[in-house]
Design a protein around this ligand. Structure first.
Ligand SMILES: C[S@@+](CC[C@H](N)C(=O)[O-])C[C@H]1O[C@@H](n2cnc3c(N)ncnc32)[C@H](O)[C@@H]1O
Length: 268
């Protein structure tokens, strides 16, 4: 039986909070990029793909009076977010077709979600239309170059890499500093060192991020054994994170570009 993407994330709702070390770190990082750019505290904040609500903690800490909407297609995730962070307004919905009126949200945030969408650049454009004048969109997502150690290991084992693919940096070229006034981008490599490739896969499962590449079946035991035989121990895994901060459409905000041409490396 094929399990849908929201079902996989729902299944991981109980284990997510303790397994999700990287999302916790990137949520904090994202907030350090967006907070200095907002001139007034937002009244309405929307977290797209909220998971169990790491961003809700950051929002409550920085902007305690803001209404904090937490949207996710995985119903169990939104339930867990509400249980752990009762100040959120949970919404079960799809970020690809955001059920939000134009110009109604002061800050749209999204942490490690966009790479799960089929057309992430279209989603970014739509999310910007939800912003009130002076509002900001701030997203962190994984881009190509992520999980390269896994891809190399699969190649050595002679099997195809069946992990969910991440979009290229070029996908977001229309949101760079030249195209959008006031846009800023940061690219970071975050390296998580797992005891083994098996524990890496277990951590993907525990956060619900173990959906196979579209059209591919999940790894079966024989293939997995071949991969594990050639995988180094410990097993470092690169996560290439793109952070994008964009003003509302049609606004001319002073450019505060912080693009790093070469990614810097960070070990969690
Ligand atoms: C790696 S988790 C990140 C969760 C959370 N943002 C955090 O910081 O911990 C990815 C989340 O994206 C959600 N997601 C997947 N597809 C989505 C979509 N089309 N629209 C909105 N959220 C989606 C998943 O259900 C999951 O909760």
């Amino acid at each position: 039986m094929r399990i849908s993407l929201p079902q996989r994330f729902s299944r991981a709702a109980a284990t997510y909070e303790t397994a999700a070390r990287l999302p916790r770190a990137t949520a904090k990082r994202l907030m350090t990029l967006v907070t200095p750019r907002l001139h007034t505290p937002p009244r309405v904040a929307l977290d797209v793909g909220c998971g169990t609500g790491f961003l809700a903690d950051e929002i409550a800490q920085r902007w305690p009076r803001a209404v904090c909407m937490a949207l996710d297609p995985a119903e169990a995730m939104t339930r867990e977010a509400l249980r752990l962070r009762p100040w959120v307004l949970p919404v079960v919905g799809d970020g690809a077709v955001l059920p939000v009126r134009p110009a109604s949200v002061d800050v749209v945030l999204s942490n490690l979600v966009l790479h799960w969408l089929n057309e992430p650049e279209k989603a970014v454009a739509q999310w910007r239309t939800c912003l009130t004048p002076g509002g900001l969109l701030a997203v962190a997502l994984l881009v190509a170059g992520s999980f390269r150690e896994w891809a190399e290991t699969c190649e050595r084992a002679g099997v195809s890499d069946s992990l969910w693919p991440t979009p290229s940096l070029a996908t977001f070229a229309s949101f760079d500093e030249k195209s959008v006034k006031g846009a800023s981008r940061v690219l970071e490599d975050r390296i998580v060192v797992y005891p083994s490739a098996r524990t890496f896969l277990a951590s993907l499962r525990d956060i619900g991020a173990d959906s196979p590449r579209p059209g591919q079946p999940p790894l079966h035991a024989g293939v997995l054994r071949r991969i594990l035989r050639v995988a180094p121990r410990p097993f470092p895994v690169t996560h290439r994170v793109l952070y994008l901060v964009l003003p509302a459409e049609g606004e001319t905000v002073q450019n505060q570009s912080i693009l790093l041409d070469r990614p810097f490396r960070k070990t969690l």
